[in-house]
Design a binder for this molecule. Structure first.
Ligand SMILES: Nc1nc2c(ncn2[C@@H]2O[C@H](COP(=O)(O)OP(=O)(O)O)[C@@H](O)[C@H]2O)c(=O)[nH]1
Ligand SMILES: [Mg+2]
Length: 206
């Protein structure tokens, strides 16, 4: 049996926004009321996408992102980024811009980095605790050319959507990369044959 493609995601955002709660909800379906805020861990699950099954590996970061060396290691080698803020905490939203800049500094390409902006705690937002408007968040996501999703790790609303959207972006990007690599190989091959042909010709002239 062929191996499933593996997509590596990292959860980023300030403490308390629900990174762990979203991860655990997506992995196990459970809502964890209290999760060790200092615990960084990785989880994996098989996911069915439109173009077939894949494995997802989710790295849930925890506060250490303050230290740039650790943060660099968290971001490096990851295929996609879930940037999470709380709809009920404006400061966590303000941090998103800086966080994206940090990610772009670390990843080796700035074009097309798969990212989804997630406004979490939607269940609380609907109960008058909202501090970030949907318009403002959508505007930020649009300026990044990224998608914006409002989730609730508590009710499960849009949790699958947020992860699957990010996985789709990653899968499409890998397809494009594979295609362009194949094109490069084909070009190199045809150039090589061309070169060889010329060489033969020049030999025959001599
Ligand atoms: N009501 C509500 N509480 C949430 C939600 N997501 C997380 N929480 C709570 O917010 C607190 C911090 O969540 P946690 O996942 O530990 O945040 P992290 O520091 O970003 O990993 C915990 O008490 C969670 O139970 C949500 O969508 N709705
Ligand atoms: Mg956590």
């Amino acid at each position: 049996m062929s191996q499933l493609p593996m997509h590596r995601i990292v959860m980023v955002g300030t403490g308390g926004v629900g990174k762990s709660a979203l991860t655990v909800k997506f992995i196990s379906g459970d809502f964890v009321q209290e999760y060790d805020p200092t615990k960084a861990d990785s989880y994996s699950r098989q996911v069915q996408l439109d173009d077939g099954p894949c494995l997802v590996d989710i790295l849930d970061t925890a506060g250490q992102e303050e230290y740039s060396a650790i943060q660099d290691n968290f971001y490096r080698g990851r295929d996609g980024f879930m940037l999470v803020f709380s709809l009920c905490e404006y400061e966590s939203f303000q941090f998103m811009h800086e966080l994206r800049e940090r990610i772009l500094r670390v990843v080796d390409t700035i074009a097309d980095v798969p990212m989804v902006l997630v406004g979490n705690k939607y269940d609380l937002a609907t109960r008058n605790y909202r501090q970030v408007s949907i318009e403002e968040a959508q505007e930020l996501a649009l300026s990044w050319n990224a998608m914006y999703v409002e989730t609730s790790a508590k009710t499960g609303e849009n949790v699958e959507t947020a992860y699957k959207e990010l996985l789709r972006l990653i899968s499409r990007r890998k397809l494009r990369e594979n295609l362009s690599n194949k094109q490069k190989q084909a070009m190199a091959l045809s150039n090589g044959q061309h070169g060889a042909g010329k060489k033969d010709k020049s030999c025959s002239i001599m």
